[in-house]
Write a protein that binds this ligand. Structure first.
Ligand SMILES: [Zn+2]
Length: 434
């Protein structure tokens, strides 16, 4: 019966979420629905399929942290957060944006880092203050919108828009759109990008606890040009799709934090050579793919199923069910927290695309060039990336994707046309990175 109820609830959630309707928030006054949800997930975990509700529905509906010792559990794109702490929405040198999403949670180490960065970059570089985008949900885990990582309280997005000189109202924090740094799909706009942006990202990468910083390939190129002689920090700054109005900070697992799974350290070079060139090849192919109309009825790539509780470390079950403050599911089946996240305005403007004339020129140029070598991204990479997946999966150890390893962000989709053999052999960049 409980399972049936949960099934109905989730059905309603899906319907409500896809319809983007916000129904009245009626908090369940009885015991949290977590127990129901976890129980159902446990029961179904033993069977082959289905493996239970998508974990993003459960974690997306939680409004308070798990009252446990603070710990990042699992890996960046497959884990959860115990004892999460929330970054104050306004500090001396920062302000949190899109408060309705309730994603300003993290490990204490992430909060310490952000506060230190905000203070240092203001005092030492002259950056006016940080606008903080998504961090993690109160108990981490997968999100209904926007990211595939940000699950364990060690990732944070920071806007490339300088902080205004006043305290923003809650409404302003919902309404303001971040500034795109791009002039076109391949180039940073020199009218928008300043030496201060370079200083900010250099500062962010300079702390030993930072594992990686993700930026759009065009931004990486600009950083390569502006870095000067001190280039050690550049190795941590990796290109990735979608990071053109914000950059993404990823911290290493704090020392001694058991159950936290680190990523391999970056390769060590500055990433300004072959890797960056390969990214630009991918960008060009992706631009062509994005412009191609989809054929109705064309075969689509198989979609990777969403993560369930069974896919996450076992301890995430405890994280979800401990204490109060579990998922708030209204009697009508809506999940206010999830609906807020879905209904919110995208943080940044859409990615720029080429005009028809420039696109035609690019097509001509691409058709003249020979097919790329094995080290270039391949169709295999494209097929393994699907909606809800982390990012394009590398086809070989030498692809740019593998150099950046697990991508930071976002849901992406591959158009049906790309499944055809004639399609360019690249993954498509996601359009909704936050
Ligand atoms: Zn991010």
């Amino acid at each position: 019966m409980r399972r049936l109820t949960l099934g109905l609830v989730l059905l309603l959630i899906c319907g409500a979420v896809s319809a983007k309707q916000i129904k009245p928030v009626i908090k369940s006054a009885t015991k949290p629905a977590t127990a129901h949800a976890v129980g159902a997930a446990k029961k179904s975990a033993g069977k082959a399929a289905p493996k239970g509700p998508p974990a993003k529905m459960l974690f997306g509906a939680v409004t308070a942290p798990a009252p446990l010792a603070a710990r990042a559990i699992g890996s960046y794109a497959r884990g959860c957060l115990a004892g999460g702490v929330s970054l104050p929405i306004s500090g001396p040198d920062w302000q949190v944006m899109r408060l309705s999403r309730n994603r300003n949670w993290g490990t204490p180490q992430l909060l310490d880092y952000l506060e230190r960065l905000a203070s240092d970059t203001r005092a030492l570089d002259g950056w006016p203050g940080l606008l903080i985008g998504d961090m993690a949900q109160p108990r981490g885990g997968p999100m209904i919108t926007g990211h595939s990582s940000h699950q364990i309280g060690l990732d944070a997005d920071v806007w490339l828009t300088p902080m205004p000189d006043h305290i923003l109202t809650r409404q302003e924090r919902e309404d303001i759109t971040a500034t795109s740094m791009l002039k076109d799909p391949f180039t940073v706009d020199p009218k928008v990008w300043t030496p201060l942006h370079t200083k900010l990202i250099k500062r962010a990468a300079s702390y030993p606890q930072v594992s990686r910083i993700f930026v759009h390939p065009a931004i990486k190129k600009m950083l390569c040009q502006q870095a000067g002689k001190d280039r050690a920090w550049l190795g941590k700054v990796r290109p990735w799709w979608g990071h053109y109005y914000h950059f993404h900070i990823r911290l290493k697992c704090p020392p001694g934090m058991t159950g936290c799974e680190d990523q391999k350290p970056p390769s060590g070079d500055d990433g300004c050579g072959t890797e960056l060139a390969n990214w630009f090849t991918m960008l060009r192919s992706a631009e062509l793919a994005a412009a191609r109309p989809t054929t109705p009825g064309a075969p689509s790539l198989p979609k990777k199923p969403p993560l369930t509780l069974g896919d996450l470390p076992k301890e995430c079950m405890t994280v979800l069910s401990s204490g109060g403050g579990g998922p708030v599911i209204a009697p009508d089946g809506t999940v206010p927290a999830a609906l807020n996240a879905v209904a919110g305005k995208d943080a940044g403007p859409p990615e720029p695309h080429l005009d028809p004339e420039a696109l035609a020129a690019l097509k001509a140029q691409m058709s003249k060039s020979k097919p790329k070598s094995k080290s270039a991204p391949t169709a295999a990479a494209a097929t393994s990336a699907s909606a809800g997946d982390a990012a394009p999966t590398p086809a070989s150890a030498s692809t740019p994707a593998s150099a950046s390893t697990v991508g930071p962000d976002s849901t992406q989709s591959i158009p049906a046309a790309q499944a055809s053999p004639a399609a360019p052999s690249v993954p498509l960049p996601h359009r909704k990175s936050q």
